[in-house]
Design a binder for this molecule. Structure first.
Ligand code: NAP
Length: 483
């Protein structure tokens, strides 16, 4: 099955921070791939902006190297040469007034104008201010802001207020790249385009839900940055919260940005506070071969968590009595992200002697190998009576849709094209971000007030023992973390 590519309107996209890591590793390669797919018109303009003084040619050379390395394409690929012609560069300082008039002169009448803030959040306000004061942005322009969006409720509010001085909410695209993943959007398709699941999607039939985001890498290299954040701020408040919302939300009346985001917001507002006994924090240990978290963070006294597991309850009619267990961590035994919806066991087994039926599980894999897997009970084939066995109905999206993984657009490709199209469905609204912080802040504050230290866990393990007990206590168990 070949996916249909609908070209976007002509646009001028300014990438602030174009010389930085995110732009070079993700944004420029993503734009190149959409260009190759035929989605970006040849007339579009991508203007890099940062303080570094360089001309268009030097920026194109830098972009060629970055796209070749991160987009796995030869530097002399003729498609790359054509793409580079779309690129231009203007030196600007977010904190000064030099360069802004040049930038304004480069913007074309009649094209969609988008401004990607791929810079430290401390510069968001300066850039927004100058875009407005130099008359570069107008009421139709869009701005894209990167994570982290605040580090608590107050800082998120301040950021929202600062952006709101110059831009309306319908112009602001807050990126959570998890929302751009194919499977995450598929969650909505699976739930709301099939009759099959909806009648079972509630506490009467769902025993619990597990959301796992496991990484094998540690924080070495960016430890001092990560140490000010930790797993709750870095993963739970944003990515995992978004996944939880998509699983738990009510059907929106329409697949429309505000209708979807209204329903997600209701879930966040219905989250109960997390009890101290319902959360486990961990830190990976060094083992002689590899360094431990404290060493990577360059902070021997650190209490920041590189792992967290928690039980989360949603106080509403649909989910009362069905806990959601979230866990995420660094240096775990495999890199995997998945959501498992574990159904209740059948109320009565008619197969007395041959093993009771096990609970059905719907597992939605985000990475690697995006897909879904539904575990069902069947009769074990062969003679010799009725023996039951659980088998997976397994669907890899890449296999099912006839694409090798390399053809699937990555999250940044999809999200940037949505910005140009003016579709905010996969972006977080300001009130959503604030509500998520309002729920997370007390969890972080309670930990900061406590004298406890994170539980140690071995690099390459599944996390601290205490996290297993969090589940065992409720007569449940985590799914194995495996690739
Ligand atoms: P980075 O590598 O440090 O790049 C920062 C960029 O900002 C550079 O291009 C820098 O260029 C420019 N810059 C710095 N000060 C400036 C100023 N006063 N005026 C104009 N430009 C200025 O950072 P990054 O890793 O790309 O991250 C960018 C944003 O994305 C951050 O908000 C980060 O949290 C977020 N993010 C990054 C990643 C990632 O994988 N890297 C992932 C998720 C989110 P000059 O020095 O030439 O000015």
């Amino acid at each position: 099955m070949v996916s249909r590519v609908i070209p976007v309107d002509d646009f001028d996209l300014v990438v602030f921070g174009a010389t930085g890591d995110l732009a070079q590793r993700k944004i420029l390669p993503a734009l190149f791939r959409r260009f190759v797919a035929g989605q970006i018109p040849e007339s579009a303009r991508i203007i890099g902006a940062a303080r570094t003084e360089q001309d268009d040619a030097a920026f194109r050379d830098e972009a060629r190297r970055a796209i070749s390395e991160h987009g796995r394409v030869p530097q002399d690929d003729p498609r790359l040469a054509r793409f580079l012609e779309l690129l231009a560069y203007t030196a600007v300082d977010a904190k000064g007034d030099g360069g802004w008039a040049d930038l304004k002169a480069r913007m074309r009448e009649g094209a969609v104008h988008a401004f990607y803030f791929s810079v430290a959040p401390a510069l968001f306000g300066d850039i927004a201010e100058r875009l407005a004061s130099h008359g570069i942005a107008d009421r139709d322009s869009r701005i894209v802001v990167e994570k982290p969006f605040g580090r608590d409720l107050q800082t998120a509010r301040d950021l929202n207020d600062m952006l709101a001085r110059h831009f309306g909410e319908q112009q602001i695209y807050r990126i959570d790249h998890y929302l751009g993943k194919e499977t995450v959007q598929n969650l909505m398709a699976v739930r709301f385009a099939n009759i099959l699941f909806e009648p079972l999607w509630n506490s009467q039939y769902v025993d619990h839900v597990q959301i796992t985001v496991a990484e094998t890498v540690g924080v070495a290299g960016r430890g001092s940055y990560y140490d000010k954040s930790g797993a709750i701020r870095d993963m739970v408040q944003n990515h995992m919260m978004q996944l939880l919302c998509l699983i738990a939300m009510e059907p929106p009346y329409h697949f429309d940005p505000n209708a979807v985001r209204d329903e997600k917001l209701k879930v966040i507002r219905a989250l109960q506070p997390v009890e101290p006994d319902d959360i486990v924090r961990g830190q990976y240990q060094g083992d002689g071969k590899s360094t431990g978290y404290a060493e990577d963070a360059e902070n021997p006294a650190t209490r920041t968590e590189s792992y967290v597991a928690m039980k989360v309850c949603i106080s509403n009619w649909r989910w009362q009595g069905t806990p959601f267990y979230l866990r995420t961590g660094k240096k775990l035994r495999a890199r995997t992200s998945e959501i498992a919806v574990v159904f209740r066991e059948p109320p009565h087994s008619i197969f007395d002697d041959t093993g009771a039926p096990k609970a059905n599980e719907l597992v939605i894999r985000l990475q690697p190998n995006e897909g879904m897997n539904l575990k069902v009970m069947i009769k074990e084939p062969g003679p010799g009576g009725m023996r039951l066995v659980q088998v997976p109905l397994d669907m890899s999206f890449a296999d099912a849709l006839g694409q090798d993984g390399s053809d699937m657009p990555d999250a940044y490709e999809r999200l940037i094209m949505d910005v140009i199209r003016g579709n905010q469905t996969l972006f977080m609204r300001g009130d959503e971000v604030e509500a998520a912080w309002a729920w997370t802040d007390p969890i972080i504050a309670a930990w900061e007030d406590s004298k406890r230290r994170p539980e140690p866990y071995d690099a390459g393990s599944s996390g601290p023992e205490e996290a297993l007990r969090l589940m065992h206590r409720d007569n449940r168990r985590w799914r194995e973390i495996r690739p």
